[in-house]
Design a protein around this ligand. Structure first.
Ligand code: DGI
Ligand code: FE
Ligand code: FE
Length: 195
């Protein structure tokens, strides 16, 4: 299990590699994930650790992210090539293992799928996905209050509301073609489950 020295070491790395805004967001996600873990009887330390690490690759340049993928043999889809910000999740998952020796596959998957989600997510994956969207430092957007209160009542419903918002946001930006098929699959899966 994650010991506090590990949190400390990761915190030092994040302070160094993330910009201020991203670092603040990261602490918000870690704390929110811990709260959701308390609510849903999930491992609180694990949720905090996954929250701390979820955006660890966010401030790495596109060029470097691509290079890391190539070196590590991680595939880059067409949509990721066109929208390279999507790569921070899988690169972050890889670096969590390489740099911090995280072996827990649930934590690694929670990092890897925190942007698009995926069908049939584990409880920890859902917690990180939702915490990322609702943490206290996020810019207030319509529907966020409802999502925040829903997150503590029904996690799957909160997940669905977030996916709805994300998909309509991407479509509004006139980038319909840029929807990652995984985001759509996640939405379809949880939409079907909600009926
Ligand atoms: O890294 P964060 O900003 O904390 O949050 P995130 O990892 O969820 O990334 C958010 C961004 O990802 C947001 O601008 C929307 C974008 N995104 C989510 N799903 C998709 C997507 N972008 C594209 N192009 N396609 C998607 O399916
Ligand atoms: Fe992210
Ligand atoms: Fe994030």
């Amino acid at each position: 299990m994650a010991a506090s020295f590990q949190f400390h070491e990761i915190d030092r790395y994040l302070r160094k590699t993330l910009d201020k805004k991203r670092y603040t967001h990261t602490l918000g996600v870690a704390n929110t994930a811990a709260c959701l873990a308390m609510r849903y009887s999930s491992d609180v330390n694990k949720a905090y650790l996954a929250g701390l690490l979820h955006d660890n690759a966010k401030c790495i340049s596109t060029k470097k992210k691509m290079a890391i993928c190539q070196k590590a043999g991680l595939s880059i889809s067409k949509i990721e090539e066109k929208n390279p910000e999507l790569l921070h999740s899988k690169v972050g998952s890889y670096l969590a293992k390489q740099k911090f020796h995280i072996e827990d596959s649930d934590i690694l998957n929670a990092i890897c799928y925190h942007t698009t989600g995926r069908p049939n997510m584990s409880l920890l994956e859902k917690i990180i996905f939702v915490a990322d969207y609702m943490e206290p430092n996020r810019k207030i957007i319509p529907g966020l209050d409802q999502i925040r209160s829903m997150a503590f009542q029904n996690l799957d419903n909160a997940l669905l509301l977030i996916l709805e918002n994300t998909l309509s946001y991407i479509k509004k930006k006139d980038r319909e073609t840029d929807i990652d098929p995984m985001t759509q699959k996640t939405y379809d899966y949880y939409k079907k489950g909600s009926k």
